[in-house]
Structure formats: structure tokens, C-alpha cells
Design a protein around this ligand. Structure first.
Ligand code: ADP
Length: 267
């Protein structure tokens, strides 16, 4: 989605199967004007959860995928030259504040340090966005909510969310769903029969047990959905797992072989 055009809500919320009490927590955070931090590995449903909640609460959603070049100006806005005149153009965060929308900063830890300075007054009881360039000071309406995510697994010394930032957010840890939930999610998203999803989810459990040793991270729900989609389309299981599980997880031939051994023990 383009961060500048909000995902309009309305009709039907995208499918999301709750794993614990996250729906109630999100609703309480929104009702009380509190920001929320989602922690967890990639592909475990954080983005889908936010999309679902935005639709449920009937708020527009601005999603920003943060990266190491993302600056405060990218979020707030900048003067642009248009037809010979300079014109102020709001960034996605400013728009979300003006519209009382939900702003989701995905992988916020990747963003440049000046972003933190902007987030602080917005995430405490001031709920204010300072736009230095125009001198504007926006007070967020009650419906505005800031949601951020990060993957603690990728943390290193250089990239860490400072305690002063972390302690402004309610936080919730996302893990991979339990086997029954994950089977339902993968079957629904891929169209593969649940009975054929069961071994895939079992395989994921074995692979996740290896993570941290040879693998940086276990196989995500997203990759399982890819594998199931290929299998549902008629691809032989070994080819589907090679493309959707082994190759995305590793470049090392010996790790790939270890994964093939795990697959052989399940199928
Ligand atoms: P993240 O933002 O954590 O990287 P996503 O939200 O993009 O991950 O999740 C990847 C995919 O996994 C989603 O597109 C969705 O199909 C599926 N998914 C994961 N968990 C759930 C869930 N609890 N309910 C519905 N779909 C889910």
C-alpha cells in the first residue's frame, strides 16, 4: 500500500484470527489514546492484525515501512516545488494525525534517530505533533493512534529501541500461532485442505526448534502460506518446500541439507 493513500476501511475487516487477548488490548489502547508496540518475528501476522483492527474500528490506516534512510521529514512532510511555487505537503504521520487515523510504523527500529524526537511528544500525554518547518503544532484527536512494530530477533547493539522510547508504548509480543490456529490460518489463506496443512505446520514446529542454532529465524506463517498455495496449485510438495521454505531461509548448502532432512522426517 502507498503510505500516502490510506487504506480505506468500511465493508469487511481483513481476515484475522486472534491468538490471545490482542484484539481487546488494541481496542483498549485506541479507546484510551495510548500507543501500541508490536514485537515479534517477521511474517507472524502483525501487519494483518493492524489492518484488521483499523477496519474494525473504522479508521483509515497509514502504513509506513521504515528503513534506515527514513527521516522525520518523510513522516511529517516537506515543502515541494510545484508549478514554480513551494507548497507544503503532509507526510503520512501528519495526515494520520489530522484525520484521526491509525498510523502503523512497521520495523520502527530501522528508522533514523530524528524520528524518535518526533514520536516522543506524540506518544505521551501531550499527543502533539510538532511541525517545525511550518511552525504548526497539531494536537492529535482522540481517534488517532500510533502503532509500531519491531523484530527483537534482529536487534543488535547499534539498533535498539531506547528505554525512553519503549516506555511510551503499551507492548505486546507476537509469536507464531499455536498449531491449531496456524493450521486454520494457512488453510484459509492458501485454499489448501486443512488435512494437508497439518504436516506443514508440524514441519514448521521442527524448523522453529532449530532457529537460533543454524537458522537466524524460524519459518514464518507467511512462508507456510506460500508453500501451501503452491501445493494447492498442484506443485509437488518437495518443489514447493524447496522454493517456499528452504531457499528463503538459508544460503548455506549444509543448512539446506539439514532442512531437507527435517522435511524427510515429516513427509
Ligand atoms: P508481519 O507483519 O508480522 O511480518 P503479516 O501480518 O504480513 O506479518 O503476516 C503474514 C501473513 O500471515 C498474512 O498475510 C496473513 O495471511 C497470515 N497470518 C499470520 N497470522 C495470522 C492470523 N492470526 N490471522 C490471519 N492471518 C494471519
Amino acid at each position: 500500500m502507498n503510505a500516502l493513500s490510506p487504506e480505506r476501511t468500511g465493508a469487511e475487516a481483513p481476515f484475522y484470527r486472534p491468538v490471545a487477548q490482542e484484539v481487546a488490548l488494541f481496542e483498549a489502547a485506541h479507546a484510551n489514546g495510548l500507543p501500541l508496540l508490536l514485537k515479534g518475528p517477521t511474517g507472524c501476522g502483525k501487519t494483518r492484525f493492524v489492518e484488521h483492527m483499523a477496519a474494525r474500528l473504522n479508521r483509515p490506516l497509514y502504513t509506513v515501512a521504515c528503513h534506515d534512510d527514513l527521516s522525520a521529514a518523510d513522516l511529517i512532510g516537506r515543502y515541494l516545488l510545484r508549478g514554480g511555487a513551494t507548497e507544503w505537503v503532509d507526510g503520512p504521520l501528519t495526515r494520520a494525525v489530522r484525520e484521526g487515523a491509525i498510523c502503523y510504523l512497521d520495523e520502527v527500529i530501522e528508522a533514523r534517530k530524528d524520528v524518535t524526537v518526533v514520536l516522543h511528544p506524540l506518544t505521551d500525554n501531550r499527543r502533539t505533533l510538532m511541525i517545525d518547518r511550518t511552525g504548526e503544532e497539531l494536537v492529535a484527536p482522540p481517534a488517532f493512534m500510533l502503532v509500531a512494530s519491531y523484530n527483537p530477533g534482529y536487534q543488535n547493539i547499534l539498533k535498539r529501541l531506547k528505554p525512553s522510547t519503549r516506555q511510551r508504548f503499551l507492548s505486546i509480543t507476537f509469536g507464531f500461532p499455536d498449531a491449531v490456529t496456524e493450521t486454520a490460518v494457512v488453510a484459509r489463506e492458501s485454499g489448501l485442505d486443512a488435512a494437508r496443512v497439518v504436516p506443514l505446520v508440524r514441519l514448521a514446529g521442527h524448523i522453529r526448534a532449530l532457529s537460533g542454532m543454524d537458522l537466524e529465524e524460524g519459518v514464518s506463517t507467511r512462508l507456510l502460506i506460500y508453500a501451501a498455495t503452491l501445493i494447492a496449485g498442484g506443485m509437488p510438495i518437495d518443489r514447493a518446500l524447496q522454493a517456499a521454505v528452504i531457499e528463503p531461509l538459508t544460503d548455506e548448502p549444509d543448512v539446506a541439507q539439514a532442512l531437507r532432512d527435517v522435511i524427510a522426517s515429516v513427509y
